[in-house]
Design a protein around this ligand. Structure first.
Ligand SMILES: *[C@@H]1O[C@H](CO)[C@@H](O)[C@H](O)[C@H]1NC(C)=O
Ligand SMILES: *[C@@H]1O[C@H](CO)[C@@H](O)[C@H](O)[C@H]1NC(C)=O
Ligand SMILES: *[C@@H]1O[C@H](CO)[C@@H](O)[C@H](O)[C@H]1NC(C)=O
Ligand SMILES: *[C@@H]1O[C@H](CO)[C@@H](O)[C@H](O)[C@H]1NC(C)=O
Ligand SMILES: *[C@@H]1O[C@H](CO)[C@@H](O)[C@H](O)[C@H]1NC(C)=O
Length: 414
């Protein structure tokens, strides 16, 4: 398989904001969705990866590590503790994957619609470079999706792992851990590991937090006894029975405690029969409860969102950017002829008329060539003009080829 080279998707992602500080102790970064595409310049490929994930603890999106050469320093990946989408590791030549602190993969998006963790084709065809060990020693939870580990010629130990312990719902998942296919011998797990490990040393044993639990536990546990069940809001295991002892949260992390729901932003006051603002309310932001939405996010009801859903618009209230229902129709600014996406268009015609649907403001001109508009387009045009409320475009031109010079310009304001 040859890596696809696509510069475009990378360029568009470079525009995303990088790392956002959630609180003093938590930094969040946006993931990527490039699949196997990579930059043709491998130096740039590595530097982009590093820029994205250096000091990042929570990846809100997918973590994609592809086309990285064998001698690169990947130690910056140690900061990552959570990935909300999928983890893809493919077409690389490095020996060791240092995602040592990765605790949970949520699988809110899946690779190829099935894998939350996909690790494949990590070796150089003609040579001895390739992935030999997965450093995923803290990975104890995959909330949704399957695991695919295959075609890694030199990979050892991955087939000793009990993936069913990691996956929340193994019956609904797809497991496919293909043993390596080469003559190189793999070492043994350390004798304290009971034949399940990520690597040869004593601190690389797989820690089981589900299959070993007492039947009474409805999730994970920190020991085999009935009294050693984790709190039901925990994901990935725990160090004790409380909701503050979890390694990761199933639903939301409210200042260190795992909760089903963030504290509501408004509460009912039975004395006044009214909903009132809750001073202790918080907004949901990914799997966190936050007092304030991060920069670039807008409050929609009680969550932080990237953009308001229609039919709502962004307004600023008491210094907080909030989504409010539009009173009449939602304002929508569109490019006119000669600007933005219609830079090279000459007139409004059937090829571009759809770009004007629901516009309330046109930044640029609207130019119609009368003969260019027939039947269907004419009907659409009439509809959209009658629906426009605010006309702030520069000039409306109607060009008719029947005038003496062949063309006549009529400029008008509505
Ligand atoms: C893994 O999780 C444990 C808690 O179980 C924590 O003490 C440790 O620092 C984490 N990271 C590594 C690299 O083991
Ligand atoms: C498992 O993978 C196969 C293809 O390999 C696919 O047809 C099937 O739908 C998958 N099942 C689930 C539950 O994702
Ligand atoms: C494994 O190796 C054998 C012989 O070297 C080869 O025929 C086969 O295609 C390989 N399988 C995979 C999955 O690479
Ligand atoms: C919850 O978030 C805090 C930072 O806000 C972090 O220090 C803590 O480890 C997180 N707890 C869990 C269980 O994820
Ligand atoms: C135009 O607005 C209507 C009503 O708000 C909405 O249903 C429709 O999806 C919008 N169309 C486009 C292309 O934005």
């Amino acid at each position: 398989m040859k890596p696809l080279r696509s510069l475009l998707s990378w360029v568009s992602l470079l525009a995303l904001s990088r790392t956002v500080c959630l609180s003093a102790s938590q930094s969040v970064c946006a993931g990527t969705e490039n699949k196997l595409s990579s930059l043709s310049d491998l130096e740039q490929q590595y530097r982009t990866l590093r820029k994205y994930y250096e000091n990042c603890e929570v990846v809100m999106g997918n973590l994609e590590i592809t086309s990285i050469e064998h001698n690169r320093d990947l130690s910056f990946l140690r900061s990552i503790r959570e990935v909300t989408g999928y983890v893809l590791v493919a077409l690389n030549q490095f020996e060791y994957l240092p995602l040592e602190n990765l605790r949970i993969i949520r699988g809110t998006k899946l690779y190829e619609d099935r894998s939350a963790l996909a690790i494949f084709l990590n070796y150089k065809k003609d040579g001895s470079f390739g992935l030999r060990r997965l450093g995923l020693k803290n990975l104890t939870e995959i909330l949704n999706g399957g695991v695919y580990v295959g075609q890694n010629r030199f990979l050892c130990y991955a087939n000793t792992i009990q993936w069913e312990d990691i996956d929340r719902n193994p019956i609904a998942s797809n497991f496919s851990v293909v043993p390596k296919n080469s003559s190189t011998d793999c070492g043994q797990c350390h004798k304290s590991c009971g034949n399940r490990c990520w690597g040869p040393s004593a601190d690389e044993c797989q820690s089981l937090t589900k299959v070993v639990c007492a039947e009474q536990c409805d999730g994970r546990c920190y020991g085999r006894s009935v009294s050693e069940c984790c709190h039901r809001e925990c994901a990935g295991g725990c160090s004790g029975p409380k909701d503050t002892d979890c390694f990761a949260c199933m639903n939301f992390n409210d200042s260190g405690a795992c909760v089903t729901q963030c504290p509501q932003t408004s509460v009912y006051n039975p004395a006044t029969f009214q909903m009132e603002t809750n001073r202790d309310g918080k907004y949901t932001y990914g799997a966190f409860c936050v007092k304030k939405c991060p920069h670039n996010f807008v409050v929609d009801i009680s969550s932080c969102v990237r953009a308001c859903p229609s039919p709502k618009m962004e307004v600023e209230e008491n210094g907080i950017k909030t989504c409010k229902p539009c009173t009449d129709i939602c304002p929508k600014a569109c490019d006119g002829i000669g600007t933005g996406s219609l830079m090279y268009a000459q007139t409004v015609d059937s090829s571009n008329i759809d770009k004007f649907i629901n516009c309330t403001k046109i930044n640029g001109n609207l130019i119609f060539l009368v003969t260019g508009i027939h039947g269907e387009t004419l009907i659409r045009l009439r509809d959209f003009i009658s629906e426009m409320r605010i006309f702030t475009f520069y000039a409306l031109s109607i060009i008719t080829p029947t005038s003496p010079q062949g063309r006549e310009k009529r400029h008008g304001w509505l």
